[in-house]
Design a protein around this ligand. Structure first.
Ligand code: HEM
Length: 474
């Protein structure tokens, strides 16, 4: 682990700046060696190839922006994420704490290998560690060029303020929760009616109901059945996966943003759109450009909830404790074990596996200077499943989230952390927990396809696409 005192958060090195290259570049010139400073470790060509194949390409292939079912299925079958974690551990053993520079043509990229480095980078974001990282700007620029995640400076500050105000980031229970919970109940009841009729709950049943909920919460009842809006965003996201190779489809983007704007303009009472209308804006805010991120980020929340059903099915003791919790209250504020189970689903199978940053300045680390413009990759599965630091790595351990966590703890970052932490975290947990509460209150869900094998460590990936439950009223 690093010596925190010697390297303060965001410590920058004089003379560097964004775009620093050529002879000023300490890595390129060996300046550090001449001045007696140690150099950051640099992976060999072979290790760069190995980590590209085992970590970086699967990360991109599965879709940083959209998860492609066939790729997720193959990744699950081949246990690719476990191999990726092992590869990162091997690099950590071989090169030490890093950050580890890779030898990639055309892009300077470093892997974060140390828990304290994760804390430091996330605390010192967005400056000097910018969240508007090159890869994200390419991908998200296709449908939300003015979204907070890829904004910088004054614009970022203003858009972040707006996001936090509408999503009520610090509040565990959103002030519109009452209307949201009516929508949750409506969708859960419809799902359960269907499941009682067929005896089954599949991902194909679950996902349209989840989207209806997401559109209702975000844009109001009148948007509930606007499947076209979700389809248009899906198409834009699929294209965004190939951001480097394809130009943005301007017509598609204009159609999506126009349709979205008309829902936002309605500002239906009880929805996030109503909160938007009541939140002050400036010339920087561009409110409707903040919404695509909310809509698409809700999809993995549905996956996390659905996977939680599989976790509870495979852990009857926790499921019984959750049922006791539900018997005494259905208030989502009073369901800590169910909420922790969703967080565990996100730890075990993080839906944002790559947290990316670009260093805006040269920054000092124990082992040397990281040049400005370097991309930093925090690969969440490595930290969430590193059995050298986390004895619970490969088992279901909701207690990780019910006990107090401190900044010195090993980082578990499904929602990231620090000033760029996901501003929708509490809202996501409110909706997923209440949806699960409604599904579990009077029904049992047992996996009949694609579930977990209790006799084995938890798999590195659990595809929701072929996970099917038998549903019975208790
Ligand atoms: C399972 C569901 C979700 C997970 C795991 C998740 C996780 C994350 C992560 C890891 C980041 C990146 C932060 C960083 O770069 O450090 C992020 C950013 C963000 N998330 Fe979420 N998110 C989820 C759902 C949502 C929802 C539903 C919303 C809105 C309703 C939302 C709004 C945002 C926004 C606006 C950002 C950009 C923040 C910024 O750049 O300042 N997220 N989220």
């Amino acid at each position: 682990m690093s010596d925190e005192a010697s390297v303060p958060d965001g410590a920058v090195v004089e003379g560097g700046g964004p775009g620093t290259t050529g002879s000023d570049d300490p890595v390129a010139t060996g300046q550090q060696a001449r001045t007696g400073r140690r150099r950051l470790p640099r992976a060999s060509v072979l290790d760069t190839i190995r980590v590209s194949i085992r970590v970086l390409l699967p990360l991109l292939g599965r879709g940083v922006i959209v998860r492609r079912p066939p790729v997720v299925d193959i990744a699950e079958r081949l246990d690719l994420d476990r191999r990726a974690v092992r590869e990162m551990q091997r690099l950590n053993d071989r090169y030490g704490e890093g950050p580890l520079l890779l030898r990639l043509p055309g892009r300077r990229l470093a892997l974060v290998l140390d828990g304290e480095h994760v804390q430091r980078i996330l605390r010192a974001s967005p400056d000097p560690f910018s969240a508007a990282n090159l890869e994200k700007v390419h991908a998200l620029g296709a449908f939300q060029p003015q979204g907070v995640l890829i904004s910088e400076g004054e614009e970022r500050e203003d858009r972040r303020r707006f996001n936090e105000a509408v999503l009520e980031t610090p509040r565990p229970i959103h002030s519109h929760a009452e209307t949201f919970l009516v929508a949750v109940r409506e969708q859960a009841d419809e799902l359960l009616r269907g499941a009682e009729a067929t005896g089954r709950l599949t991902w194909e049943d679950f996902v349209p109901a989840w989207y209806r909920l997401v559109r209702t919460v975000t844009l109001g009842e009148a948007a509930r059945d606007d499947h076209e809006l979700t389809d248009l965003l899906g198409k834009l996201r699929a294209k965004a996966n190939w951001s480097y190779l394809r130009p943005t489809d301007q017509r598609l983007r204009a159609r999506f943003l126009g349709q979205l704007q008309s829902h936002v303009d309605r500002a239906e009472p009880g929805s996030l759109a109503a909160m938007m209308a009541a939140t002050p804006t400036t010339e920087h805010t561009v409110p409707h450009q903040q919404v695509p991120q909310w809509l698409f980020a809700f999809e993995p929340a549905g996956m996390a909830a659905y996977r939680t059903l599989a976790l509870l099915d495979a852990h009857p003791d926790t499921a019984a404790a959750v049922r006791e919790e539900l018997a005494s209250s259905s208030d989502p504020a009073e369901l800590p074990l169910l909420r922790a189970s969703v967080l565990e689903s996100l730890r075990l199978w993080p839906t944002t596996p790559g947290i990316l940053r670009d260093g805006k300045e040269n920054t000092a680390w124990e082992r040397g200077v990281l040049p400005a413009g370097t991309g930093l990759v925090i690969f969440a599965p490595y930290f969430h499943r590193d059995d050298r630091h986390l004895p619970e790595a490969d088992r279901f351990a909701p207690e990780l989230w019910t006990r107090e966590r401190s900044a010195a703890d090993w980082p578990l970052v499904p929602f990231s952390d620090g000033p760029v932490v996901c501003p929708g975290r509490n809202l996501v947990l409110l909706l997923t927990t209440s949806m699960l509460a409604a599904l579990l209150e009077e029904h049992e869900h047992h996996a009949v396809e694609g579930g977990l094998d209790r006799s084995r460590p938890l798999p590195s990936l659990l595809s929701p696409f072929n996970l099917t439950f038998r549903v019975e009223r208790r």
